[in-house]
Design a protein around this ligand. Structure first.
Ligand code: AMP
Length: 126
């Protein structure tokens, strides 16, 4: 599968420093920042710094260092915010939207970390 990456998407602009962001955590290959339109008291987005459209693009084309960094960066945000269940944290929901059915709006891979209240059922009724 050949993926076309839109270099003008909003997260590419954040990574180039053209748009500000409210950074939560930054690593060599990843950036986490607060969502501009939070859907819960905690709503953080975690993105790889590389130009990947979605999860499928990332896992098939990113190198091992990027994949390790990204997956651990997601965990590092969860740990930093004290959300990890089993360590006293209240838990969280981790979401990656992709394509039409997933209703992905920004075409740069991002994981949503949501928490801070009971989040209800996994998917809203149509
Ligand atoms: P998705 O529907 O999974 O593509 O989610 C895109 C998310 O990006 C939404 O939750 C938006 O609120 C969020 N978003 C869009 N622009 C920005 C921005 N400039 N800074 C932070 N979050 C943003």
């Amino acid at each position: 599968m050949a993926y076309e990456y839109d270099t003008e998407n909003v997260f590419a602009k954040i990574l180039r420093g053209e748009i500000p962001n409210d950074t939560v955590l930054e690593t060599d290959h990843s950036l986490a920042f607060n969502d501009i339109g939070p859907q819960a008291p905690v709503h953080v987005l975690v993105i790889p710094k590389g130009p990947y459209v979605n999860w499928d693009h990332f896992v098939t084309e990113a190198n091992a260092a990027e994949i390790t960094d990204y997956t651990r960066a997601i965990h590092a945000v969860i740990e930093k915010l004290g959300l990890e269940p089993g360590t006293g944290g209240q838990g969280y929901r981790l979401i990656m939207n992709a394509g039409e059915a997933g209703v992905q709006e920004v075409p740069h891979l991002h994981a949503h970390i949501l928490s801070g209240r009971p989040l209800g059922k996994l998917v809203a009724a149509p």
